[in-house]
Ligand binder design. Structure first.
Ligand code: G3I
Length: 308
């Protein structure tokens, strides 16, 4: 079998691994499989605010610099993930209660990060998990608390100004599962588009637990956003089941439907089930086992990429 990235290159598709903590690159096997199989990567937590910028004006660039260098050495794209997230915000930010000052802190942070990686990171999850997990309103995160629902518009405008050439995504979970949340995200995003907010696409997380999205759902999502002039990507796919055959079927079916619907940017939330490296040790949700052997999920994904 060829690698995933060789199969993907023939179809002009990004096939990526997210959840890359740069310290994992110390493991030569991890680094080798990542570089061989994927043409894109994104960090796990290292770009979240408190990791990158724990105190005002102080940045720990080493971790992301290392990822970006690895990507350059291995001819991979890098996707920015976590510049705004519900978790992991530093005290200096949380102590700001005045909206104008809060927006200024966001602008300074986005400019610092996006200018540093200008031309090296060309697509970003700008806002992640804006909506409540099962839908029914917005997530009352640290940004919402100070700026209200308008923080989303602020974030996209600040991001576009910081890097006019980057593709900007809103990243959301479980819209494939809950029809009400699917509609809510569509209403939110179509509202942004109507208001002229600079957004390029919607990134579906696709953390799948036992049950795959119903056939046709991903296609409908892509069609609805295409009509708004937006692209849909897959940002964090994994499939949590210890039934390897079922897992392979789900990987294959989802990737196949996504590619046929026109998705050209698919990332998984890691690639090896190795305990130290997965956000859910024991769930074995990924394409390679603990010893980096390809699982059924890998072959099903490869087949989908080759055949569509
Ligand atoms: O860094 C501290 C460490 O100092 C402390 O000793 C330890 C004790 O619990 O916690 C460490 O922080 C943890 C951090 O990961 C780094 O390991 C947090 O508790 C833990 O909550 C955090 O989890 C991350 C989670 O996002 C936070 O929301 C996961 O690793 C990460 O995989 C996960 O990724 C998210 C995406 O960003 C967005 N979509 C969903 C996805 C999975 O939840």
């Amino acid at each position: 079998t060829t690698s995933l990235r060789e199969a993907a290159a023939k179809k002009d598709t990004l096939i990526g691994s997210g959840a890359i903590n740069p310290t994992y690159l110390d493991d030569p096997q991890f680094a080798a499989v990542l570089g061989e199989q994927f043409n894109s990567l994104s960090p796990e937590n290292e770009m979240k605010w408190s990791f990158l910028n724990p105190t005002e004006g102080h940045y720990n660039w080493d971790a992301i610099d290392r990822l970006v260098q690895f990507a350059e050495d291995n001819d991979m794209a890098v996707k920015g993930h976590g510049i705004i997230s519900g978790c992991c915000n530093p005290d200096y930010l949380l102590n700001i209660t005045d909206p104008t000052a809060f927006r200024a802190a966001m602008t300074a942070h986005f400019e610092a990060v996006m200018h540093r990686y200008d031309g090296k990171i060309d697509r970003w999850d700008v806002v992640t998990e804006a909506l409540a997990t099962q839908g029914g309103g917005m997530q009352a995160n640290d940004f919402y608390s100070v700026l209200g629902p308008g923080y989303i518009e602020d974030a996209f405008r600040i991001a576009r100004a910081a890097d006019p050439d980057a593709k900007l995504f809103i990243n959301e979970n479980l819209v494939e599962t809950y029809p009400g949340k699917r509609q809510e995200l569509y209403d939110l995003v179509s509202g942004l588009v109507r208001a002229g907010v600079p957004i390029d696409g919607v990134a579906l997380q696709l953390h799948i637990t036992q049950v795959a999205p119903a056939p046709g759902v991903i296609t409908n999502i892509v069609t609805s956003y295409k009509a708004l002039g937006l692209e849909v990507a897959i940002a964090e796919m994994d499939v949590h089941t210890l039934d390897a055959a079922l897992q392979a079927d789900i990987y294959g079916a989802v990737v196949d439907e996504a590619l046929k619907a026109g998705i050209t940017d698919i990332s998984f939330w890691g690639f090896t089930d190795k305990h130290a490296y997965t956000w859910l040790p024991g769930a074995k949700p990924l394409m390679f086992d603990e010893s980096y052997h390809a699982k059924g999920a890998f072959y099903a994904t490869h087949t989908a990429l080759t055949n569509f």
